[in-house]
Design a protein around this ligand. Structure first.
Ligand SMILES: Nc1ncnc2c1ncn2[C@@H]1O[C@H](COP(=O)(O)OP(=O)(O)O)[C@@H](O)[C@H]1O
Ligand SMILES: [Mg+2]
Length: 332
């Protein structure tokens, strides 16, 4: 389980790749935010000179490729969004037993854009984003078919280590998943898993809290329990924790559904900052939120992609009748 309020990661969770696994970053010798995965990376043979900590499941341990493709595309600093999408999904199907949950979805996500996924409850939004970093692997009973590429690489190929994938494609859940430990330790969690150096951890924690817009609010006491934070701060702390391990894509599953309007606004403001450096995918069933924050919006209904377009166009001049009915509040 990952999504409980007091989720404490166990070794089993770590092995299965759930929760903190996605937090653990490649052990960058520079300790910086460089978009690289050094050597053969993360778990099996970490950076030379450090002792190896094996958190991978046996099946994952054979998939210890460098993922260089995943990591190496240079990004022009402050430049325009890359032409090629960061994530490309082609004809994705997901079944639970014989029941189709997602039916033939094709969709691209661009770097430095916010993409919103909207649709009524149960239409498959959460399932969809969980397939993007293979969190769906750890959902019992789901069968996935179709092509998902991250930076052009098939994420289901044998050469892809899902643990590394989940660092690059990080996820923040609907309910905040702060761990019952200090603010600092929450953000440092993934870095400690890979035995990052103390000075590097400290630097990254500060930087991630800054990027999540929390540092100024919390800097006076990072040793305070994270459970004492407000709901909105906890959600931003989860974002900081995802940022600490150097992602390229952030998947946010209804991150403000349990927040009050002012905390919601802070998270929305943060999205504008984050999209300068990351691809952001946000699931929301709040259409006003999608209209405010998203560059492009996809409307899903009963597991199918009905329409995907520039947000303004989708809301103001949709091509499909079904989209129009949904965005004008006739159902949902
Ligand atoms: N592991 C699973 N096993 C069986 N059914 C599932 C599983 N995960 C999701 N579903 C079903 O898939 C449908 C879509 O769920 P979900 O992706 O959570 O929708 P949304 O996030 O849009 O509300 C629901 O009917 C849900 O019950
Ligand atoms: Mg959902």
């Amino acid at each position: 389980m990952v999504e409980g309020r007091n989720f404490v990661p166990t070794k089993g969770d770590i092995r299965s790749g759930v929760g903190p696994m996605q937090l653990a970053s490649a052990a960058s010798p520079s300790g910086g935010y460089a978009d690289d995965i050094p050597g053969t990376g993360f778990m099996g043979s970490p950076v030379a000179g450090r002792s190896s900590t094996r958190y991978m499941s046996p099946s994952e341990s054979t998939q210890n490729a460098p993922l260089e493709e995943m990591a190496s595309t240079p990004q022009p600093p402050g430049g325009p969004a890359a032409v090629a999408p960061l994530i490309s999904v082609k004809d994705l199907w997901v079944w639970a037993g014989k029941k189709p949950i997602l039916s033939g979805i094709s969709l691209d996500f661009n770097d430095r854009e916010v993409t919103a996924l909207i649709g009524p409850s149960g239409c498959g939004k959460t399932t969809f984003i969980r397939t993007l970093n293979r969190m769906s692997d750890v959902s019992p009973g789901l069968r996935v078919k179709g092509l998902i590429q991250y930076k052009g690489q098939d994420i289901h190929s044998r050469s892809v280590n899902p643990v590394l994938l989940r660092q690059r494609v990080g996820m923040v859940f609907q309910r905040s998943t702060v761990f019952p430990m200090s603010i600092f330790d929450n953000v440092a969690f993934g870095l400690r898993l890979i035995r990052e150096r103390r000075d590097v951890i400290s630097e990254r924690v500060t930087e991630s809290l800054r990027r999540a817009g929390l540092y100024e609010e919390l800097k006076d006491n990072l040793n305070r329990s994270a459970l004492t934070l407000s709901g909105g701060q906890q959600q931003r702390l989860c974002i900081a924790r995802a940022l600490a391990v150097n992602p390229r894509v952030l998947l946010l599953d209804e991150p403000t559904s349990s927040l009050d309007p002012s905390a919601t606004q802070k998270v929305e403001d943060l999205l504008f900052e984050l999209k300068r450096e990351y691809a952001v995918v946000i699931v929301t069933h709040n259409m006003q939120q999608a209209a405010r924050v998203a560059d492009r919006t996809a409307f899903l209904y009963q597991g199918k992609l009905v329409e995907f377009d520039e947000t303004k166009r989708l809301f103001e001049n949709p091509r499909e009748k079904l989209t129009e009915s949904y965005v004008t509040g006739r159902f949902g």
